[in-house]
Ligand binder design. Structure first.
Ligand code: F6R
Length: 242
């Protein structure tokens, strides 16, 4: 079930997502957060950092699982998602590094997927933050991925590679072509609540497909039509086709 919140700006989207995550951490100090990277969550993370600094909200018992990581970049590469999370969130709060999880892409990739599923096994994700790709992906579950997919190795869609070139000096040839992603099936099974944030007109087709389109693997986010609790926080441009 979707609860749709349409906002005036990226700031308002970030404020609303922040409030949901802060309330979770305050009401359940040992909660499990599902986290995303990319441009959409930056404002949310900044607000959580500010709240930690100003109000002392603590993450010492919080556990996190991220959605995905590029294959082919070392973990300490400036554009890896390991680096992104350290830089934009983990290093600025009091979370224990051993409580943070991202898929490892070093060594045997298939084994790493199995291990990530195993790591997740004892947990439920209390609240899962998602962005959405212009092609409708969640995590890196690209169009065509079965709705029940577990954590897996994925080939990035050409639209994802094009969209993410901005992080690689606009050089498409530098963008990794593969990643490990938590599967759509894993997200559906593990996340008790989903908060999906998106801004900008380039997300309008994907948001429409997710909410009003057919449940179809060509729009991976449409699997969320089967989820009991999805809060969609978007600006007017992303809501343009609703
Ligand atoms: C990132 C992720 C992706 C992004 C999506 C939107 O961990 O899983 O699904 O959420 O590509 O990215 P932005 O927010 O940069 O538009």
């Amino acid at each position: 079930m979707f609860t749709i919140i349409i906002c005036k700006s990226y700031e308002e989207v970030s404020n609303k997502a922040f409030a949901l995550f802060r309330d979770m951490v305050k009401s359940k100090p040992n909660c499990v957060l599902g986290l995303a990277t990319g441009s959409s969550p930056l404002g949310t993370y900044q607000r959580l950092i500010d709240d930690h600094r100003i109000n002392g909200t603590s993450y010492k018992d919080v556990v996190t699982f991220n959605l995905d990581e590029y294959i082919g970049l070392p973990e300490d590469h400036p554009e890896s998602y390991h680096t992104f999370m350290k830089q934009h969130f983990f290093s600025q709060i009091d979370i224990r590094p051993e409580n943070t999880h991202l898929p490892s892409t070093e060594g045997d990739e298939v084994k790493n997927c199995e291990e990530y599923e195993k790591m997740l096994e004892p947990y439920d994700i209390d609240i899962q933050l998602l962005g959405i790709g212009s092609d409708g992906h969640i995590g890196f579950n690209e169009p065509g991925t079965p709705f029940d997919a577990p954590t897996h190795v994925t080939e990035l869609d050409h639209r994802t590679i094009r969209d993410n070139a901005r992080f690689f000096g606009n050089d498409i040839s530098k963008v990794p072509t593969k990643a490990i992603t938590m599967g759509s099936g894993t997200i559906m099974r593990k996340a008790k609540k989903v908060v999906l944030i998106a801004t900008g007109a380039n997300k309008a087709d994907a948001i429409y497909g997710m909410i009003k389109g057919d449940k179809d693997v060509n729009c991976p986010a449409s699997v969320l039509q089967n989820h009991p609790d999805v809060v969609v926080i978007i600006d007017r441009e992303a809501a343009g086709r609703l």
